[in-house]
Design a protein around this ligand. Sequence first.
Ligand SMILES: [Zn+2]
Length: 200
Amino acid sequence: MTRGELPEWAPRVAQRDIRRLYEDDARGIHDDKLLDEVGYGLLARCESFIAAVEAARGRALCPRCGAVVEHGVHKEDLLQCPCGWELLWRDYFATIQHKQLSGAEPVLDLFQRYIRSFPHCVTAVQKMLAIDALIHGFHYFFKIGPTRPVAVNLIDGRLNEVIDFLDALTYGPQSTDGLSQKKQEWDEKIQTALSWRKSE
Ligand SMILES: [Zn+2]
């Protein structure tokens, strides 16, 4: 048995904060504080997601000092960091499982792009568009196309709840240009994703 510190993962963002962003936006209002809260909350979640995927591939981050610890992925493999931290892979992996923290390359690219770009957004419109593009992304499978909205990895709720949530976001004539168009594209992709799930 090992007693190392467990890694901590940023939580998914609350639906109510995102709902308010879209309600405000539809009225032509932008709350900078809320935009930053949601924007950086999503950024932290993207970082956790990427770190968890890397860990599952054998490159875990040490929760004590932040170093990369290369390791095997058998339950009994021991992760050991030069700083003295150690933990069984089984215990590390248990913190990742069932937390919506896994995905393949296209999702990692989408999240990495967001992590790089959001801190450079200056205006409220730029921030709104960056957040909107992120939460309307999809997991893709070769040949099948969009399979699952990435929002389930970023926003609190079960898959169906998150789909309904995105579907019910408020849009209006004053909404930021481009948002309604993104929603239309999302509507088309979600149909493909749902039909694929039914045939599963
Ligand atoms: Zn360490």
